[in-house]
Design a protein around this ligand. Structure first.
Ligand code: MSP
Length: 647
């Protein structure tokens, strides 16, 4: 434990114009995962989130709801706080920009930069749309009209304060060059560099067209620009004015986490403001991608949002957090669908993780009276498992430190898959039949328990209630709240004699077809993830996702097809699979004429062992559905090219 090491992580402060959706939940859960990981590593973590409550948009939506802005946002902020509680978010503080502790800091810093000569009064000229209350530049207009509502605009001048942002461009570029980790991922960093190089203008940092904001200290006609106001939250919340000791402990922030939409504010405006404020820059600004819906980006204005509360009620908080943390590939966008979510729950959590735990627990109960036995001599396969665990630990640590959440989850789940495979390889139910193999069986059980312990620790930042729930079956820990990350890096910490008992299904399988209302109990009873039957029977019931992934299914284009001479049932197909070609013999001649198939795209099992049929080498098999009378070859009807994977 090293409490002298601090870690300060922030999310954006969200607009409380409406309730939040799973896009916001993504950032907040990902940041929470990091905060928990760092705490488990012994860091003194400060995790900050909050709400950005000023500005014209908030003022407008409050008015539309016949409320004053403050009472309008109060109700939404209460919901947001409740949401974060439901999602087990461990923020250390929640900052609201309407709090006096914040407004004071905004005014102090505005004054400081003004006194320094980096903020000056001038005129802002632009095309103003009165109904939208927004200025546009000439370039933003569409056919000379407002780009938002299409109405006439007029050229107006507004007195404004400007921040000399351009002055800091060379220093910012230097900083970005000298600190490769400052803006991540890499591709975003390059975008920001190009943007700065194309020239930075001075920034308008006050408004006079509306009232709902922090008054400019030296001129009460103006309110501070909402982004100046908002960004300062990262300083005000940790006590810039009130608590210098705490401020100095946590500033500069280790990570500002957000999506790509607001990267420029954080990677250009914010650092230049900090330079003008004579404050050090944050260590890292990280922009993840967006969670999209089929119709595009989820947004309140489009009305196509997914409420995280509904999902948590339906599927449980651990499962939703797991889905979110895994969902976005590093820096990329991803698509939300309830089907994908249910698949994650069924494949990853119920099948892979849940089954590993329930099978292991069931076997330890059956073969060792519910106590984890002492291991014996390690065989090669045991060493391999042990190494997989230590690799998974190293990788997960590295991936979390670089904020590659998806790779971290995949790594841990690979270990879970490896442990499931270890059960197949060691066949404990066979060992159990031979008293000579009792010691070997004990070793296998111990190693499985050890893998579970390690995987559960590594999943804890993502699934905070998992360890407690596992503990009710396998009592690994005295106090699950005291888990440390390092424990996952050590093999052999499971205590011999640890009690194991049967528990409830950790992740019930969800039947998507029946899943239009709440998860109903009967579904869970119908397909329990914990088998009541013997291990051997269970083996036949499920395959793991890894088993499935061993099948190489490909789209293949039929380039020629003919009947096999002297064989009624066989067709010989020549298939193009990406850049290569191969021959497949298929028993479908009674159902298809060769010309029915030529030019069509079929699904090929590409890694089936080649075999000779009537003297012709058949290199694979094509998939077909059949009943007593019919056979229908599965086909792909889109532009998807041959060679593409089917999964
Ligand atoms: N108030 C500003 C932020 C000020 S920070 C000093 C703001 N608020 S917001 O409510 O619009 O939140 C934007 C952020 O919410 C994104 O940067 C991202 O963190 C999160 N997301 C909102 N929709 C999202 C998706 N569809 N997908 C992923 N993240 C999303 O901007």
């Amino acid at each position: 434990m090293n409490q002298s090491k601090t870690y300060y992580i922030t999310t954006p402060i969200y607009y409380p114009s409406d309730n939040l959706h799973i896009g916001h939940a993504y950032t907040t859960v990902a940041a929470d995962c990091l905060a928990r990981f760092k705490r488990m590593q012994g860091y003194d973590v400060f995790y900050l989130t909050g709400t950005d409550e000023h500005g014209q948009k908030i003022e407008k939506v409050a008015r539309e709801n016949n409320k004053d802005p403050k009472s309008y946002v109060d109700a939404i902020v209460a919901n947001i706080k409740e949401l974060w509680k439901t999602m087990l978010i461990t923020n250390n503080d929640f900052i609201r920009t309407t709090e006096p502790r914040h407004e004071k800091v905004v005014q102090t810093l505005f004054q400081k930069v003004y006194d320094k000569g980096d903020i000056y009064l001038s005129k802002y000229e632009g095309w103003y749309c009165t109904p939208c209350e927004t200025f546009f530049t000439e370039r933003q207009l569409v056919d000379g009209k407002c780009p938002d509502c299409g109405r006439e605009v007029e050229l107006l001048q507004e007195e404004s304060y400007f921040f000399k942002m351009g002055k800091y461009a060379p220093r910012l570029l230097e900083h970005i060059e000298a600190h490769p980790d400052f803006i991540q991922p890499e591709s975003r960093r390059n975008e920001v560099i190009n943007f700065i190089k194309s020239g930075l203008e001075d920034l308008c940092v006050s408004r006079t067209t509306f009232q709902w904001g922090v008054p400019v200290p030296m001129n009460q006609k103006h309110v501070v620009y909402v982004w100046f106001d908002a960004l300062v939250n990262y300083l005000s919340a940790i006590g810039y004015l009130d608590n210098p000791e705490q401020f100095n402990r946590y500033w500069p922030a280790d990570v500002h986490l957000m999506a790509k939409d607001i990267l420029r504010f954080h990677a250009i405006i914010w650092p230049t403001l900090l330079m003008a404020m004579d404050l050090p820059l944050p260590k890292k600004v990280f922009a993840h991608g967006w969670i999209m819906l089929e119709g595009g980006k989820m947004s309140k204005s489009k009305g196509n949002v997914i409420d995280p509360r509904v999902l948590v009620d339906k599927y449980g908080v651990d499962a939703i957090r797991y889905y979110l943390v895994k969902e976005l590939n590093y820096g990329q966008d991803g698509f939300y669908s309830e089907e994908a979510l249910v698949n994650r729950i069924n494949f990853d959590l119920a099948n892979d993780l849940g089954n590993l735990i329930s099978r292991t627990a069931a076997m330890i109960i059956r073969y060792f009276d519910g106590q984890i036995p002492a291991p014996g001599q390690a065989a090669a396969v045991d060493e391999e498992l042990k190494q997989a665990a230590s690799r998974a630990y190293e990788e997960a640590t590295r991936q979390l430190d670089r904020l590659d959440f998806n790779a971290y989850i995949n790594g841990v789940m690979r270990l879970v898959g490896r442990a499931n495979k270890y059960i197949d390889e060691t066949e404990p139910w066979v060992l159990a039949k031979d008293p000579q193999q009792h010691q070997r069986l004990a070793t296998v059980m111990y190693n499985l328990a050890e893998c579970i312990r390690i995987a559960v620790i590594m999943l804890t930042p993502t699934m905070p209630t998992l360890a407690q729930r596992v503990n009710e079956q396998i009592k690994f820990w005295e106090d699950v709240s005291a888990l440390t990350w390092e424990e996952a890096g050590q093999w052999g910490l499971v205590r011999t004699g640890t009690p194991v008992q049967k528990g409830e299904v950790l992740f019930p399988r969800i039947d998507m077809k029946k899943e239009d209302t709440a998860v109903n109990e009967s579904v869970n009873q119908e397909k329990p993830a914990v088998a009541e039957k013997t291990e051997e029977k269970k083996e036949n019931e499920y395959i793991t996702i890894d088993d499935f992934a061993r099948m190489d299914l490909r789209v293949a284009e039929v380039i020629s097809c003919e009947k096999m001479p002297k064989a009624d049932k066989l067709l010989v197909l020549r298939l193009k699979v990406g850049d290569s070609e191969r021959t497949v013999v298929s028993g479908i001649a009674q159902y298809y004429q060769p010309e029915d198939l030529i030019g069509k795209k079929v699904v090929l099992v590409a890694n089936l062992k080649p075999t000779k049929l009537r003297g012709t080498l058949s290199e694979g098999m094509i998939l077909a559905a059949s009943d007593d009378e019919r056979v229908e070859v599965l086909m792909v009807h889109s532009e998807i090219p041959s060679g593409s994977r089917v999964k």
